[in-house]
Design a protein around this ligand. Structure first.
Ligand code: ADP
Length: 486
């Protein structure tokens, strides 16, 4: 007698194992595929009562479409190969409701000691949860894809190991190609305007280092027309910080660009036209001021001083706009000369003090520090930082200016005790036309170009500009200039 030492026959043990197994399992014996054993899970799947044990499969199964299944198992029995079925749908009544469930099946021939097939083992594992989770994910992906397509933005996924690109149909359209086209990375690179390819390449190299990919460039369609694109993306790294993939979006900004060219042209033209009347206005004001002094008319002296201050403010604004259009068209000139930055700061501080008596401007200066830079443009930057410090802080507060050598650079900082800046504003403040819009700034005039111009000027000098700030406490704007500009 077979025994496990506890007097339980082996066949009984096998039957117990099968009936308690967490998967659906059955053994079908002989050419008639007699149900030798079947646990409750498989009986539920087949929709059979327990009494089918001992019956051939073809009689045991109640369903009308059982034939293909029986044929499949017969085939496994006769030919000895294993059959796998994945995510097979089965309609089951559970908790009083009919629902669809998903199962992975294996039909495996069972052989005796002489390698003769004696039956077929059927094992089914329920995978409903996994299938439903995947379907939900696929649905969400599809919804996201449709939403992205609706915005007109093209999206892409670049494998950095083999440069394999997966793109949305919209990306192909943006590059002037057929939406159905499978495009590759090299093809896209070649569509970028030859003069702008270095922009894309620089952005790519930077992205590999920083993880952030961003550039705007021109592209040339096959018909020769020129379009503008903006591409942004992020890099995915592995555990060793090796870049694996780059994901991102590209949109067509041609219309925005057109608008900006028109806006720039208008600003340049208007500023240019305003320069001449403003110059003569200033000249007449100065003549009148001289006459008022001669006759010692205090009212006229005071009023004309105010007029001159306003004219100077307007002149700075107009020159700011002219500079901006020069930067935009790449015509900003750079005339470096050697000068002492401390002497220059002393002059600029004195000028600002004469225009504003409500703040304490402190610059203790120090030994001469000679730099090679465009003096007028550095004056512009200093004026902007100091006038902002004054503009965005209350009367009576202190603005401290510092200059010192830091490594191979000159560092100049302007620190105020004013309204300060949120972190998000600190990151965008140097962009053109950016102004913080809140209760504290609403009363002060400006166009948001001063810091943009300052940043461009410092960039022109291969320097760096930045800000450290705490909202409500004050800001410290600074710039660094290399002491030996090439
Ligand atoms: P403008 O002052 O003419 O608007 P700027 O480019 O000089 O233009 O400054 C951009 C924005 O940065 C300002 O509108 C203001 O919101 C903010 N800002 C600049 N300097 C300071 C400062 N010292 N403290 C707080 N906010 C500042």
């Amino acid at each position: 007698m077979e025994s496990n030492g506890q007097n339980t026959p082996v066949t009984q043990r096998v039957n117990d194992l099968i009936s308690q197994a967490p998967v659906a399992i059955s053994f079908l014996k002989g050419p008639d595929l007699v149900v030798e054993s079947a646990n409750p899970h498989i009986l539920e799947l087949w929709g059979c009562p327990g009494s089918v044990v001992g019956m051939p499969l073809s009689l045991a199964l109640p369903c009308a479409d059982k034939l293909p299944f029986v044929k499949l198992v017969q085939d496994v029995y006769e030919n000895g190969h294993i059959h796998y079925g994945y995510e097979t749908k089965v309609l089951l009544k559970r908790n009083e409701r009919n629902n669809l469930f998903y199962f992975d099946f294996v039909y495996k021939p069972v052989k005796d000691a002489c390698n003769t097939i004696i039956g077929v083992m059927v094992v089914a594992t329920e995978v409903t949860k996994q299938v439903v989770a995947r379907q939900l994910l696929e649905d969400a992906e599809e919804r996201l894809r449709l939403a992205i397509e609706a915005t007109g933005i093209g999206n892409w996924d670049l494998d950095l190991a083999d440069n394999d690109l997966i793109n949305s149909p919209r990306l192909a359209v943006i590059f002037g190609l057929d939406p159905e086209d499978k495009i590759n990375e090299k093809q896209l690179r070649e569509i970028i305007h030859p003069e702008d390819r270095h922009i894309a390449l620089k952005a790519f190299k930077k992205a590999i280092k920083t993880g952030v990919y961003l550039y705007e460039a021109r592209i040339v369609w096959a018909d020769g027309s020129i379009h503008w694109i903006r591409t942004s993306g992020k890099v995915i790294y592995d555990d060793q910080h090796k870049p694996l993939r780059m994901l991102g979006t590209t949109n067509d900004i041609t219309e925005r660009r057109h608008d900006e060219i028109m806006k720039n042209d208008f600003i340049a033209m208007a500023s240019h036209e305003l320069k001449t009347p403003l110059t003569s206005l200033k000249a007449y004001t100065q003549i009148l001021a001289a006459k008022a002094k001669k006759i010692d008319d205090q009212f006229f002296i005071g009023a004309l001083e105010k007029c001159e201050k306003q004219i100077n403010k307007m002149t700075r604004l107009i020159y700011g706009f002219l500079d901006m259009s020069k930067i935009e068209s790449g015509k900003m000139q750079f005339n470096p000369q050697s000068f002492d930055i401390n002497a220059l700061i002393t002059e600029v501080v004195a000028d600002n003090l004469s225009m504003d008596e409500g703040h304490n401007l402190i610059f203790t200066g120090g030994e001469a520090i000679y730099i090679n830079a465009d003096k007028d443009k550095i004056i512009q930057v200093l004026n902007n930082l100091i006038s902002n410090a004054v503009k965005y802080s209350t009367k009576g507060s202190t603005v401290t200016i510092n200059s010192f050598i830091k490594g191979k650079n000159l560092k100049v900082s302007v620190k105020d005790q004013g309204i300060g800046l949120k972190l998000k504003d600190q990151q965008t403040i140097f962009q053109r036309f950016y102004r913080v819009d809140n209760e504290s700034t609403r009363g002060s005039s400006g166009f948001g170009i001063g810091l943009y111009l300052s940043a461009e000027i410092i960039k022109l000098h291969h320097g760096k500009i930045g800000v450290e700030s705490q909202e409500g406490k004050g800001s410290e704007f600074y710039f660094l200039l290399p002491l030996h500009v090439q």
